[in-house]
Design a protein. Structure first.
Lengths: 274, 307
């Protein structure tokens, strides 16, 4: 399974890692970014950094990577201002973004890299509440895409500027997270062409779970949901899951597999079908 | 020994006091035979030893009686009402339903016997409108304490008695549970602490040697009860866990009050909002004790360590 759960640093996320990093100050996110990008350098991925600050400032901040000038010159490190790639204040256009990231990954591979690794500080994309749903949906969709490619991403969000519920939603649709989720973190992410649910779902996280399932299951594709690393789920969580499975049964369908015994026990006790 | 008087119509819930096995058979066999001869659906939920006795005594008629192991279906007596309800549903075509149930059998702990008595009161409340249900509950006077026998008289009609001493609709969850000297672990919890609750229960369950399945069940039951405290009991509660002989015990208390004495006794319909936490706890645990009144709600979960 892809790297998942709570993380303490930016390293060890693998070629298809996708982490949500809620930072209190930019220095903290920079430290995680440097670890994350250094992993990519070692494994031959092309690196990219996206931030709100001007490129010249980005370059300075990434200096600890070493030979930043040379990396940029030979195309091993790409720097972008957020506003060059996204329309700030408007909901993200998922199709355009998917096309752009896939093209960039293909280009990296065509240029001899093992893939693409992107660190992005994207707090400004969720400054407006009306962009939130589209953004979380995009993060969820992006995760399923990069789970099948040699594309990894570290997404930075200023947690002092965003409401806890949005941060929890964001953490939930990334396989890995730091500083975002509440006390019962779970992750719903792309895995082996389907989805995996890991961590814990209880009263605290059940509403987030309901939304995350809505974001991840659009009904167009049959979904296989891997529960092999689910550590806990209470009866509300199982009811929410069963409701989505029922709903998807009328569309493309959803199969649940490798569920822990507690899930079957709750289904039996409450007469629910998965 | 006393003999029963079978009642064809209405709800009849009678205690059958007997001393030992011979008297048990002398009362139980004709009671069941009378039901069989009337074409009623006939059930007996008994501990293993009495099932064997009854099977032998009924001979070929044993096939007409649905025999259930009390040690399983009534291990937690709070599960018995839904078992009766299932049997009634599956016997809807029969002219009547007749059964023997012996939840309060010799060998049970005092906490279990206390819950058996509460269960018998709740049977009166749950089934008082049934038109053709005849239930006889054997009480072995040679092996049960006087206190248990006195309780049986309060919760059943019985020959020579004045009938049930209290109306079933007055039964409440009032009462208190004996306190442990010192729990191994106690903690307060709020909405953000359910994970801590689960970790605390799991680690103590592991340390006393609960199997992983029973550990998971116990953690789930405790979490569901604690979730109830957060949702219905004032947003917070307290938890205490300790070992009592061969059982692991977990108390969850909060400031809320449960008014429905039948809470958790029947599977909630799919469209019902809430009411599932204690049903789940009853299904998962070996014994669940619920006390609720002005002083708040106290839920005690027990799990046998060797399950």
């Amino acid at each position: 399974m892809r790297a998942h759960g709570s993380i303490e640093g930016g390293s060890g996320l693998g070629h298809d890692g996708h982490a949500c990093w809620g930072f209190e100050d930019r220095q903290e996110f920079l430290a995680a970014t440097l670890e994350f990008l250094a992993d990519g350098l070692r494994t031959g991925q092309r690196l990219a950094y996206i931030g709100s600050e001007p490129v010249a400032e980005q370059r300075e901040r990434l200096d600890p990577l070493g030979n930043v000038g040379a990396l940029i010159d030979r195309g091993s490190l790409l720097l972008f201002e957020l506003s060059d790639l996204y329309r700030i204040g408007e909901p993200v256009d998922p199709e355009a973004q998917v096309t752009a990231y896939l093209a960039a990954t293909e280009a990296a591979i065509a240029d001899g890299y093992s893939g693409l690794r992107v660190a992005a500080q994207v707090t400004d994309l969720v400054a407006e509440p009306e962009t939130w749903d589209a953004h979380v949906r995009w993060e969820s969709a992006a995760d399923r895409i990069l789970s099948r490619r040699s594309l990894s991403a570290l997404c930075g969000y200023d947690r002092t500027a965003l409401p806890p519920q949005l941060l929890a939603d964001l953490a939930a649709v990334h396989p890995a997270a730091n500083g975002c989720a509440g006390p019962a973190p779970f992750h719903l992410f792309g895995e082996s062409g389907g989805l995996a649910l890991t961590g814990e779902v209880d009263l605290f996280s059940s509403e987030t779970f309901d939304r995350a399932l809505g974001f991840a299951c659009d009904g167009n594709q049959p979904v296989s949901l891997d529960l092999s690393e689910l550590e806990f789920i209470d009866h509300r969580g199982v009811e929410i899951l069963a409701a989505h499975v029922r709903h998807l049964a009328g569309a493309a369908g959803c199969t649940v597999r490798d569920q822990p015994p507690v899930v079957n026990r709750l289904c039996e006790i409450l007469d629910l079908q998965l | 020994m006393t003999t029963h008087t079978a009642q064809a119509r209405g709800f009849c819930h009678e205690a059958f006091f007997h001393a030992g096995d011979d008297e048990f058979l002398a009362g139980a066999v004709p009671f069941l035979e009378a039901g069989i001869s009337k074409g009623e659906a006939v059930i007996a939920a008994l501990p293993e030893h009495r099932r064997e006795l009854l099977r032998g005594a009924l001979g070929p008629l044993a096939g007409e009686v649905a025999l259930y192991p009390m040690e399983e279906i009534g291990r937690n007596p709070a599960r018995l009402i839904s078992a009766w309800r299932c049997f009634l549903r599956s016997s809807a075509d029969a002219p009547g339903v007749r059964g023997i149930g012996e939840p309060a059998h010799p060998g049970r702990s005092s906490a279990e016997l206390e819950e058996c008595e509460r269960h018998e009161h709740l049977v009166n409340l749950m089934f008082r409108e049934e038109r053709t249900l005849t239930v006889m509950c054997p009480y072995d006077t040679s092996a049960l304490d006087d206190e248990v026998l006195a309780g049986a008289k309060r919760s059943h009609s019985h020959p020579g008695g004045p009938g049930r001493e209290s109306a079933p609709e007055h039964f409440t969850l009032d009462g208190s549970l004996p306190q442990p000297d010192r729990p191994t672990l106690s903690l307060g919890f709020g909405r953000a602490d359910l994970r801590t609750v689960r970790q605390a229960v799991a680690s103590l369950a592991r340390s006393v040697g609960l199997s992983s399945r029973r550990n998971e069940d116990f953690v789930l039951a405790a979490c569901e009860a604690a979730t109830n405290s957060i949702q219905h009991g004032g947003g917070e509660g307290s938890l205490a866990i300790w070992r009592d002989g061969e059982k692991l015990v977990c108390d969850i208390r909060d400031a809320g009050r449960i008014t429905d004495p039948l809470v958790g006794r029947e599977r909630p319909p799919v469209d019902q909002v809430g009411g599932r936490g204690l049903w789940i706890a009853n299904e998962l645990c070996d014994l669940v004790q619920i006390r609720s009144g002005e002083q708040g709600t106290h839920v005690r979960l027990r799990m046998e360590i060797e399950g």
